[in-house]
Ligand binder design. Structure first.
Ligand SMILES: [Zn+2]
Length: 366
């Protein structure tokens, strides 16, 4: 992995360094925060630090066999457990490793897209945990055996119960690191055994530096706001999709305003063909556009960060709504998003939405 040390999480590198220097390596750590944070990078940093053959001023050297193999996710003392489809073969292991190496900020939704498992739920099964228990019970080849449990919120209850047993009597040279975006869905009995650490979202400056590795400088400032702190999206195709989203958004809003039901129907058919995840990404995008209308209304133009032409359109649109209307529209979009996540019919969900309809305010409030 070739990215730089991020300033927004510098205090966490320092915290782990102190644990290492004072020989207080815990058996179990939970890193929690919003999607697209640096938890995985921090886990690798710690795994390298405690296994490195020649630490350099208290930092992993990055060049010894241990550091190199951990970076490549090939170290015999390092494993990752992650949600995958039931009855999955080894193929998703290879895919997951290459995905997270390319995108260390990977979030669950991006992983779902990579797996093309639009509606299928991915889980961490009892078998996955069983294999880890057997693996962790063997002595390490080097100093520490490390297992990262990525998104433990997708463990079923059998898997959680199996894991609890090994956490109760973990050996001194084993380390479990859980990385979760939904802290409160992890069993309290599991949480109570862990050192819990919050991982903040990357700062705007860190995100811009990451973007500069992939995009021209003049683009970075403009696109960083589309991510709302979720660095995973920098590595997905969503940047190219931004223009598409804008076109869909404008076509949809114009058709809704004119109550042009033929265009609305065609557009909804087109959108629903894109699949559940993409529709939800689009709904999030619409919500962000309404958020920007709020910024425009209160004069916070520095937060808008869109091309001039798009700002002009949003400015005109924002004049049609009062402050409360926009908040209601956003709440309606959140409901649509959640309903689609729960497998509701996409077309029906989209058909009931119309921010311009007077009676919509009543519907939105329900
Ligand atoms: Zn090293």
């Amino acid at each position: 992995m070739s990215y730089y040390r991020m300033k927004s999480v510098e205090h966490l590198y320092e915290l782990f360094l102190q644990m290492f220097v004072k020989q207080r390596v815990p058996n179990f750590i939970i890193l929690y925060g919003d999607p697209g944070n640096a938890s995985f990078d921090i886990s690798l940093f710690f795994a390298k630090l405690i296994n490195c053959s020649s630490t350099n001023n208290g930092f992993p050297c990055e060049v010894c066999t241990n550091c190199t193999m951990i970076n490549q996710l090939k170290h015999p003392d390092f494993r990752i457990v992650f949600p995958k489809p039931k009855l999955d073969s080894k193929t998703s292991d290879v895919l997951f490793n290459s995905t997270i190496i390319n995108n260390p900020f990977l979030d669950y939704r991006t992983w779902q897209l990579v797996m093309k498992s639009d509606n299928k739920q991915l889980i961490i099964s009892k078998d996955d945990i069983q294999q880890i228990i057997e693996y962790m019970n063997l002595p390490p080849v080097g100093k520490y055996k490390v297992t990262v449990i990525w998104m433990p919120e997708f463990m079923n209850s059998n898997a959680s119960n199996s894991l609890l047993k090994i956490l109760e009597d973990a050996n001194n040279n084993t380390l479990f690191i859980m990385i979760t975006n939904d802290f409160y869905s992890v069993l309290p009995t599991i949480v109570s055994r862990a050192v819990t650490i919050h991982v903040p979202q990357l700062s705007r400056d860190d995100m811009i530096l990451l973007l500069k590795q992939k995009y021209p400088d003049e683009e970075c400032d403009r696109i960083v706001d589309s991510f709302y702190g979720n660095a995973s999206l920098i590595y997905s195709e969503s940047i190219g999709a931004n223009d598409k989203c804008w076109n869909y958004f404008i076509r949809w809003m114009r058709a809704l305003y004119k109550e042009d039901y033929l265009t609305i129907t065609c557009l909804i058919n087109e959108l629903s063909d894109l699949g559940r995840e993409n529709v939800n990404n689009f709904i999030d995008y619409c919500s962000r556009m309404f958020q920007r209308m709020l910024y425009i209304k209160v004069g916070a133009m520095e937060l808008v960060c869109l091309p001039e032409e798009e700002i002009m359109v949003l400015k005109k649109m924002s004049e049609m709504f009062c402050f409360e209307d926009i908040v209601l529209v956003q709440s309606s979009l959140t409901n649509i998003h959640n309903n689609i996540m729960r497998n509701a019919n996409i077309k029906l969900q989209l058909f009931v939405f119309n921010p311009f309809s007077r009676c919509n305010s009543v519907l939105l409030g329900t």
